[in-house]
Design a protein around this ligand. Structure first.
Ligand code: ADP
Ligand code: ASP
Ligand code: MG
Length: 436
C-alpha cells in the first residue's frame, strides 16, 4: 500500500483536481491524503479570528467570499447535473455550519471545528468527482482514526488499530481518500496537526499501517538545496537520509511539516517528495541512506528567542544544567539550540507562550538575558570526521555576518547557527553562493 499526499496547490483549482488522475492510478492500492484547497485554511483562520473578536458580521462576510469561490469550484469541477447538485449540497452543508457559530461562546473548540472544514470539503468534493467519472473510491473519515494525546503527540498504535479495520472492511477496493491535517485530541474533540499538517498525516498513516512508501506531492520538484522563496538558483536534492530531511523540515524547509519525517523514519518507510506540476521529475527520495561527502542543503527558521543564563554557581557545579532544563520541561517548551561556557548557558526556543514564567523561574539560577528576533540557519550535509574542512567553509561563507550561537558536533549531519533575523537573507544567499 502506498500513501499519496497532495498539498493545497495540487488541489487548488478544479483543473488541478482533475489532473490528479494523471498521477493516481485507481487500480493501485493506495490511500490518498488531501489538504484543503489552497488559501482555504488561511480564510478559515480569518473567519475564526473574526468570531474570536466578537465580529459576527465580518465572519459572515468572509464566509460569503469563500462560499462564492466554492460555488465556482463546484460548477467547474462537475459536468453532470447530479455531480453539480451533490457538490452544491456539500458546500451548503459546510457553509451553513461555518455561519452558525455564536461569538459569545466561541472557544478554541469551535475554532478547530472551523479549521477542519477545508480538508472535509476537498476530500468529499474529490470523492464525488471520482464517482461522477464512475471511479470507485472509499472516503475514510480521518476523525475516526487520527488521534493525538494530551501532549498533542500522535498515537500511532491507535491510528493503526482504528484505520486497519476500515481498510479490511473494503478489501475489494483499492482507492481510499482521507483528510490531511485534522484529528481528534484526548478529549475526543476535533483538533489538528498544526499548519502544514497534511504531510504529517501521510507519514503517520504510512507508519501506522506500515505502508510501502509515502509520496508527498507538492508544487516543487523535491527538497531544494536552499529556500527557493529567498535564494535564486536552488536545485532539487536527489537523496536525503531521514535525519537530514528531519533536520531541514524542523529548521524551516516548508516543503515538509516539521515533525513529518519521524513516523516514516521509525518504521523505515521511504518518503518521496514529488512535483504535481511535473510528475516525471525525479524529486527527492528520503531513506536511511545518505550520500557521503557533500553539503546537501540550507534552511532557516524564524521567530527564535535566545535566553542566556549567567551564573558563577555553574563553575565546577554539577546538576546545574538539569535544573535549567527542568524549567523548560515544566512549561513544556522545547529547546532548539544550546551552548555552554564555564559561567553561562544559552538556549533558544521558538515557543514563547510561557516565556515570562520561564524567565521568572530561571532567575533563581543567575542573571537572565533575552534576545528575540533571531533565526536559526541550519546547514545539513556530511560533517563527519572524514570530511574535515566543511565546517570551515561554512564559517568562511558568513564571516561578514554576526553569529550569535553555534551548534556543531552533536550530530554528523548538521551545523546550526543563530543570527539576527535581519541578517538571515544575506546569510542564506552567501552560504549558497560559496557552498554550492
Ligand atoms: P503544499 O501545499 O503542497 O503542502 P507547501 O507550500 O507547504 O506545499 O510546500 C512547498 C513549498 O515549500 C514550495 O513551493 C517552496 O516554496 C517551499 N520551500 C521552502 N523551502 C524549501 C526547500 N528547501 N525545498 C523545496 N521547497 C521549499
Ligand atoms: N490545510 C492545512 C494548512 O493549510 C494543512 C496542510 O495544507 O498541510 O495548513
Ligand atoms: Mg505543506
Amino acid at each position: 500500500m502506498k500513501i499519496l499526499k497532495f498539498g493545497g496547490t495540487s488541489v487548488g483549482s478544479p483543473e488541478r483536481m482533475k489532473k490528479l488522475l494523471d498521477i493516481i492510478r485507481p487500480e493501485d492500492k493506495q490511500i490518498v491524503v488531501l489538504s484543503a484547497v489552497s488559501g482555504t485554511t488561511n480564510s478559515l483562520v480569518e473567519i475564526s479570528n473574526a468570531y474570536l473578536n466578537g465580529d459576527k458580521q465580518k465572519a459572515k462576510q468572509l464566509c460569503e467570499i469563500l462560499f462564492d469561490k466554492y460555488k465556482l469550484f463546484v460548477d467547474e469541477l462537475f459536468s453532470t447535473s447530479q455531480g453539480k447538485s451533490n457538490g452544491t449540497d456539500l458546500i451548503n452543508y459546510h457553509f451553513t455550519l461555518l455561519n452558525s457559530f455564536s461569538t459569545d461562546l466561541f472557544t478554541p473548540v469551535e475554532e478547530k471545528i472551523i479549521l477542519a472544514q477545508g480538508e472535509l470539503l476537498s476530500t468529499t468534493l474529490y470523492h464525488y468527482y471520482l464517482a461522477e467519472l464512475g471511479i470507485n473510491s472509499v472516503l475514510l473519515p480521518a476523525l475516526d482514526f487520527m488521534k493525538i494525546d494530551e501532549d498533542n503527540e500522535p498515537v500511532i498504535d491507535y491510528i493503526g488499530a482504528h484505520l486497519q479495520p476500515l481498510l479490511d472492511k473494503n478489501t475489494d477496493q483499492t482507492l481510499f481518500i482521507t483528510q490531511g491535517y485534522i484529528c481528534r485530541n484526548s478529549f475526543g474533540e476535533i483538533d489538528n496537526l498544526r499548519r502544514g499538517g497534511s504531510d504529517y498525516t501521510a507519514s503517520l498513516i504510512g507508519a501506522a499501517i506500515r505502508a510501502d512508501e509515502v509520496q508527498i506531492w507538492t508544487d516543487i520538484d523535491g527538497m531544494h538545496n536552499n529556500d527557493p522563496r529567498i535564494v535564486k538558483g536552488t536545485r532539487p536534492i536527489a537523496q536525503l537520509s531521514f535525519e537530514e530531511a528531519a533536520e531541514l523540515a524542523y529548521f524551516g524547509a516548508k516543503i515538509l511539516h516539521p515533525q513529518s519525517v519521524f513516523p516514516a523514519q521509525k518504521y523505515k518507510i521511504p518518503v518521496r517528495l514529488l512535483n504535481t506540476m511535473e510528475p516525471s521529475a525525479a524529486g527527492t527520495l528520503i531513506t536511511h541512506d545518505s550520500e557521503k561527502g557533500k553539503i546537501k542543503s540550507i534552511a532557516a527558521k524564524d521567530g527564535i528567542t535566545a535566553i542566556k543564563i549567567h551564573s558563577s554557581r555553574m563553575l565546577l557545579a554539577y546538576g546545574f544544567l538539569r535544573k535549567v532544563f527542568e524549567v523548560f520541561e515544566r512549561y513544556k517548551t522545547p529547546i532548539d539550540m544550546i551552548t555552554t561556557s564555564e559561567v553561562a548557558v544559552s538556549v533558544t526556543i521558538d515557543e514563547t507562550s510561557y516565556l515570562e514564567e520561564i524567565l521568572h523561574d530561571l532567575q533563581d539560577f543567575g542573571t537572565v538575558e533575552v534576545e528575540d528576533h533571531r533565526s536559526i540557519i541550519c546547514v545539513v550535509g556530511d560533517f563527519a570526521y572524514e570530511s574535515h574542512g566543511f565546517a570551515a567553509r561554512v564559517f568562511d561563507s558568513i564571516k561578514h555576518i554576526s553569529i550569535k550561537m553555534i551548534s556543531y558536533g552533536a550530530s554528523n549531519y548538521n551545523i546550526s547557527l543563530l543570527v539576527n533575523t535581519d541578517d538571515k537573507t544575506e546569510a542564506l544567499r552567501s552560504l549558497h553562493d560559496r557552498l554550492f
